[in-house]
Design a protein around this ligand. Structure first.
Ligand SMILES: [Zn+2]
Length: 67
């Protein structure tokens, strides 16, 4: 069998982000380094970064606000 080359089973972790700049809600996915969640505002393209302070927590339902 040669079934799972790279991707681990399971969903990619993300958090919900409320962007105050345009009052929109987006999902921020964990970056490749695994040290932050990153996203971009769909309206004004402002970059958003939420640092992951606790490693290995695995919490999938967190909400942040970014201005
Ligand atoms: Zn915006």
């Amino acid at each position: 069998m040669n079934s799972s080359p790279l991707e681990p089973a399971g969903p990619r972790p993300f958090v919900g982000l409320h962007l105050k700049c345009c009052n929109v809600y987006v999902r921020a996915y964990r970056n490749a380094a695994g040290d932050a969640f990153t996203a971009w505002c769909p309206r004004c393209s402002a970059p958003v970064r939420v640092n992951i302070t606790q490693d290995g927590t695995g919490t999938s339902n967190r909400f942040f606000e970014a201005s």
